[in-house]
Design a protein around this ligand. Structure first.
Ligand SMILES: Cc1cc2nc3c(=O)[nH]c(=O)nc-3n(C[C@H](O)[C@H](O)[C@H](O)COP(=O)(O)OP(=O)(O)OC[C@H]3O[C@@H](n4cnc5c(N)ncnc54)[C@H](O)[C@@H]3O)c2cc1C
Length: 500
């Protein structure tokens, strides 16, 4: 293993192959993947603003996350780069997710094994995985700007916690700094990477991690074996609330809301709630979790209460530029309907690492040399994301009453299976052509029409995404096609003024 980097003020080093800004979920997996694919022969540096003993920490409030991810993505990781997580980074297994309608009359089970991560402990393991391949680390260092020359990104500059500055160069710089990225926003070269996200495509989320003594047995409020999601436009406007088990008597409980959805709800009901007050009310209303405490042991201390933001649009249409790539939340990868960003970081980081290794080997780290990352991510994990963005917009536009009705009458087993398999549901029960359903469809005609519209759009969007251009050449035309399909839906699904 190489020595730890110790750089003096403004010292420029120019022999890195790759610099990864941000050593969180996406950055650490990317580093391991580069190491695996190059057999440790690339010189990789991770820069992170955290202290060395707090890797992967997102904000001062900790490693804020719902912590849930699918076994499927973990299997992908072990199959592709030989990394298999276990205890203590995987804290608790689950068998699936129950989604409850606002009136709690309908519950839908999305089967599929998954795990609750310990996000504080996981990065320690991931740092060791990356170090095995010789990855170097520079902690207490905030990346502030990308360096560029002749139309390509050549490095990154920033400031260390002792106030000194640094300026480092590399063949490829990867932005894995999460949802607040400034590197992507101020990319200094001409590129096809979108810089800004619409604030309506960001949700405010927050949660507690708590040890508790169950007060009653009420499986719709806590189950040690299943993640629970509560849909309710009043409790979590244009978002959802969750109760995820981290043990038989330990829970991750929280919710996510769209900022504008919350503002509209507050106006309508003359309320003054904010994200934290909504989370606190949701916790207070849970009849199972009454006697609780925030755990104070090393595994959880400093990580029991926190809020942070998650992008919920499709991933950036282009994720590479000359000498540069984005991954994870910085690339807006979380799934639009549930804000799950761990799986996308696993897929994205694994694919990016492999493509960077190939580009280094070929001596071409230009936009064209890195393009395969766009294509492979889209074909593997990204292709349904635009359709989920449309479904998310639609779900944000319906009332609690419509969600109750839709979940009860229009959601079939096939739809549930489709969503579990990361496909857009067909909503065949909402077809007017289905005589058995006429009565139901007539009962909620606009809901049925809306659902069917998302199906039609989904097919078109998936088809467009699966014909993502093989090289930068076709990108402009492809993006115009995608844009035309999406613009129509933005206009069609006006945000719900508020739920009843
Ligand atoms: C409340 C909440 C609940 C969630 N629940 C789930 C869930 O249940 N399942 C799921 O799959 N996803 C969930 N997510 C999303 C998931 O947590 C993220 O998608 C995931 O952490 C993204 O990883 P990342 O590496 O891209 O970014 P991050 O995890 O944010 O890591 C970014 C890293 O970059 C560092 N950094 C940032 N800026 C700089 C800088 N300028 N210079 C140097 N270093 C920098 C940070 O210190 C950090 O180490 C949730 C998110 C939130 C907020």
């Amino acid at each position: 293993m190489r020595d730890k980097v110790d750089l003096g003020p403004s010292q420029a080093v120019s022999n890195y192959d790759v610099i990864i800004a941000g050593g969180g979920m996406a950055g650490l997996i990317t580093a391991a993947s580069i190491g695996f694919s190059t057999k440790g022969n690339a010189r990789v540096l991770i820069i992170d603003r955290n202290k060395e003993d707090e890797p992967g920490k997102k904000t001062n409030n900790g490693w804020t996350c719902g912590d849930a991810t699918s076994k499927r993505s973990l299997d992908y990781l072990s199959e592709h780069i030989g990394v298999r997580y276990g205890s203590p980074e995987l804290e608790h297994p689950v068998s699936g997710v129950y989604v409850y309608s606002p009136d709690r009359q309908t519950k839908v089970l999305f089967e599929g094994e998954g795990y609750l991560f310990n996000r504080k402990l996981a990065p320690r393991r991931q740092v060791n995985d990356a170090k095995k391949f010789g990855t170097e680390f520079m902690y207490g260092a905030t990346a502030e700007r990308l360096l560029s020359e002749d139309g390509r990104v050549t490095g990154v500059s920033g400031r260390k916690s002792d106030g000194t500055t640094f300026s480092l160069t590399a063949k490829v710089v990867i932005d894995a700094t999460g949802s607040s990225s400034v590197l992507r926003r101020f990319i200094p070269i001409s590129s096809m990477i979108e810089k800004e996200i619409d604030m309506d495509d960001v949700v405010g989320t927050g949660r507690y991690i708590l040890d508790f003594e169950p007060a009653v047995d009420a499986p719709e409020f806590f189950s040690p074996d299943y993640c629970i999601i509560h849909l309710d436009q009043f409790i979590a406007p244009a978002g959802y609330a969750w109760v995820f088990p981290k043990g038989k008597k330990k829970v991750n409980i929280g919710l996510g809301v769209s900022h504008s959805g919350l503002a509209r709800r507050n106006r309508r009901f003359k309320l003054n709630d904010n994200l934290q007050s909504l989370i606190d009310k949701y916790l207070t209303d849970n009849p199972v979790i009454k006697k609780y405490a925030q755990p104070s042991d090393d595994a959880d201390s400093g990580n029991t209460k926190g809020n942070w933001q998650v992008p919920v649009r499709r991933h950036n249409d282009c994720m590479v530029a000359n000498g540069f790539a984005v991954v994870g939340d910085s690339a807006w990868m979380p799934r639009p309907i549930d804000a799950g960003g761990i799986s996308p970081s696993i897929y994205g980081g694994t694919i990016l690492g492999k493509v960077v290794a190939e580009a280094l080997e070929a001596g071409d780290t230009s936009e064209a040399g890195l393009w395969k990352y766009n294509v492979e991510y889209m074909n593997t994990h990204g292709y349904p994301m635009a359709s989920f963005e449309v479904l998310r917009r639609y779900l944000q536009s319906v009332t609690n009453e419509q969600i109750n009705y839709g979940m009860k009458y229009f959601l079939s087993e096939e739809d549930v299976t489709a969503i579990t398999e990361r496909k857009h549901p067909e909503f065949n029960q909402a077809r007017f052509m289905n005589p058995a359903m006429w009565f139901r469809v007539l009962g909620q005609l606009s809901l049925a029409r809306g659902l069917r519209y998302t199906v039609k759009k989904s097919a078109a969007l998936v088809e467009i995404n699966l014909s993502y251009p093989e090289s930068p050449k076709g990108f402009e035309d492809w993006q115009k096609r995608l844009g035309r399909e999406l613009t129509e839906t933005v206009e069609k699904f006006k945000p719900l003024d508020v739920a009843n």
